[in-house]
Ligand binder design. Structure first.
Ligand code: NAP
Ligand code: ZN
Length: 363
């Protein structure tokens, strides 16, 4: 087993703290990665605080991982020691179901998430990227473009693919008017990607102070969603709306903005349900309300390559891992511009070694 150090939430209410655990020895098809950077997704916070009611403690969050390969198994062909590598939200799937066969592993009924998922290899739960190393099946390791800033690439592994996939699924492109709701980690990627796909992009935000950033990232217009009169001006206008909001809110306010046959796709996953919606807003214009979950491995690689080609990365604030609890509070206040990324160099291995209980006062 491989000694590993990280940060874990010990309970739903306690702050994240230093945690020592073990990774499996790499098997023939595994890649052993030293983690350099890990993005901080709102899903990490939902999970650390058991907001989705499925957390097994202790939980080591983190599914926006960029690192360097230190060791590969004998059957690994696509990676070798020294390569850059990325890991996103999944680390395994059955490989044979119709979803896997289509490259849509995220819909495989038995997929394994990067953290808080039963781990078929160890019989325990998976532990994520707020840690110094990870061992992952080569089928779930991504090639990271060398030309982009590595820390700013990390959030592409979740925020990037979660927005890229629905924008592609609904064929967003030139001639389309696309709304993005919320300028957080996911939203600021959606604005950049929809702009790169050639759509007219309108950002809906509750934070007037984000207007200039939104325009710089590629929004053609910015609407302050708290203002009903301003919202009403945009009725029946949108081909597609991508809703990234992490809290329950009034969906009708956005459904009314769709054209006939327009679609609003929800990717935000709040703790509590949204208020009930008005069905006539769907019926009268044959509008659709949809959802989307991250993206498959093939599409994630396509997204990374697209971002490399177009120079798209996340706007990040690099933090030491010791600041993770403060970062969660700032994320809740919509203060992150626009993704926290943990610099794993801030996670020193304890001098006393693994056998000795890791004492947080040492770090
Ligand atoms: P985030 O960085 O916190 O961004 C969420 C944004 O939503 C905020 O920046 C804010 O933007 C807006 N917002 C927050 N509270 C709001 C409220 N009460 N009313 C209206 N707007 C509000 O979070 P994230 O990391 O982008 O994640 C967003 C959501 O997507 C989370 O629920 C996360 O779990 C989920 N997620 C889903 C998937 C998937 O596969 N479907 C993948 C990853 C994440 P403004 O300040 O601009 O209003
Ligand atoms: Zn995520």
């Amino acid at each position: 087993m491989i000694k590993t150090f990280g940060y874990a939430a010990p309970t739903a209410t306690a702050p994240l703290d230093a945690f020592a655990f073990e990774r499996r020895e790499p098997g023939p098809g595994d890649v052993h990665i030293e983690i350099l950077y890990c993005g901080v997704c709102h899903s990490d916070l939902h999970t650390a605080r058991n907001e989705w009611k499925n957390t097994v403690y202790p939980v080591v969050p983190g599914h926006e991982i960029v690192g360097r390969v230190v060791q590969v198994g004998s059957e690994v062909t696509a990676f070798q020691a020294g390569d850059l590598a990325g890991v996103g939200c999944m680390v395994d799937a059955c490989g044979v179901c119709p979803d896997c066969q289509e490259g849509l592993e995220q819909y495989c009924p038995t997929f394994t998430l990067t953290y808080n998922s039963p781990d078929p290899h160890t019989g325990q739960m998976t532990y994520g990227g707020y840690s110094n190393r990870i061992v992952v099946d080569q089928r779930f390791v991504l090639r990271v473009p060398k030309t982009l800033d590595l820390a700013a690439v990390a959030p592409l592994l979740c925020a990037g693919i979660t927005t890229y996939s629905p924008l592609r699924q609904w064929k967003v492109g030139p001639g389309h008017t696309v709304g993005v709701v919320g300028l957080g980690g996911l939203g600021h990627m959606a604005v950049q990607l929809a702009h790169a796909f050639g759509a007219r992009v309108v950002l809906f935000t509750t934070s007037p102070g984000k207007t200039a950033d939104a325009r710089r990232l590629g929004a053609d217009e910015v609407v302050i969603s708290k203002n009903p009169e301003e919202m009403a001006l945009h009725a029946n206008r949108f081909d597609f709306i991508l809703n990234t909001v992490a809290a329950p809110h009034n969906l009708d306010a956005y459904l009314q903005l769709l054209k006939r046959d327009g679609t609003m796709c929800l990717v935000g996953a709040p703790q509590e349900p949204h208020p009930p919606l008005e069905v006539f807003n769907l019926i009268f214009k044959r509008r659709r309300l949809a959802g989307s979950l991250i993206g498959g491995i093939r599409e994630t690689q396509e997204m990374l390559d697209f971002c490399a080609e177009h120079g798209i990365v996340s706007e990040i604030e690099l933090i030491p891992i010791q600041n993770i609890n403060e970062a969660y509070e700032r994320m809740l206040r919509s203060e992150v511009k626009y993704r926290f990324v943990i610099d794993m160099a801030s996670l020193p291995e304890p001098a006393t070694g693994f056998e000795v209980q890791w004492n947080r006062k040492d770090i």
